[in-house]
Design a protein around this ligand. Sequence first.
Ligand code: NAD
Length: 396
Amino acid sequence: MIIKPKVRGFICTNAHPQGCAAHVREQIDFIKAKGPIAGGPKNVLVIGCSTGYGLASRITAAFGSQAKTVGVAFEKAPTDRKTGSAGYYNTAAFHAAAEAEGLFAASVNGDAFSDEIKDKTLALVKQHLGKVDLVVYSLASPRRTDPKTGIMHSSVLKPIGEGYTAKNLNTDTLKISDITVEPANEEEIANTVKVMGGEDWELWIDALQQADLLADNCRTVAYTYLGEKLTWPIYGHATIGKAKEDLDRASRAINERLAAKQGQANVSVLKALVTQSSSAIPIMPLYISLVYKVMKEEGTHEGCIEQLYRLFTEGLYTDQPRLDDSNRLRMDNLELTPETQAKIEALWPQVTEENLFDITDYKGYNDDFLKLFGFGLKGVDYDAETDPMVPAPFVD
Ligand code: NAD
């Protein structure tokens, strides 16, 4: 088939296998060019390993530190008539590259919130890694079924307390108009915490600890975004922000449990970037387009892989980690400098449909969005007949 992007709203419903492979290759090349990461991990579990920050974590561990990796993701396999999901192709490309360098990699496809997938993953870890020295928790999901009650909880992206009206870019029509988001009720807040809070991170660590699969001095990290004034009403001070606060609680609880092993848990604050998850958050596409514009002009622009390289070298594996007073590793420092935020805040009210491509870097945003699905990569022939099938990267 000829594979061209099929974009519907903030998602792209197909993906290009060779394009995704080229995107993974770009990230591997970036990490290899940086050279080995001193003191990096050797046996790594990445929960949410197939796209965005989780994929970049896995690539950094494997190609920066020669780590064996086990990954968990929730992805769609291709058929003769329909492409697989980007994360499926990314995982296939990651496996091929790891195998070519003699690096062990195994991946599980399924619901990471379930006991069944935890058991399956732990069995793989036990068989191939022994004990893990790094556990990355990088899930972004709109819903979670609690394994104990069987109840499915759905998260919402809503403000807390009062409604919020703000400028929003419709990425389908490129129209800019105000959107109003009504405040969440208590049940919606609780459900969002249930899905995106720290409970499942704790369950993973408990399961690994009970199976004696955590190495002494092991590290574990979960990702969050804090942002500043412009994004607080929809992120930091909203339902998702409440869920992310719960990660801080979970981090403290995990630290107590890991104390005997000298293990350490941290939340890491990463910068706002286009991923399959962030593109779904109101306001974010416009905000990120401005972040791109300002940070590219400043020479401080970073993608997922640059952020992860810094997390390993300036956060996890250094004697002088950049920690805040809540024990969080801060990799969002460049986005949140007062100068950068002031420039973004000054541009924000000026953006119109007419000047979108001048005042903001919407083009850069959109190019990166398409790259997430393997489109727009150099060296890929998008007019060529392409087989959607690739060797299955996941264990049965
Ligand atoms: P993403 O959508 O690119 O990745 C999500 C990953 O989770 C994928 O590998 C997907 O397969 C996996 N996944 C989702 N549901 C699953 C399930 N039920 N079982 C197994 N796997 C599942 O998202 P991302 O933006 O990389 O987000 C990862 C983390 O980083 C999130 O916690 C997010 O809040 C955080 N973060 C994102 C940004 C940003 O701007 N994108 C900034 C800071 C922090």
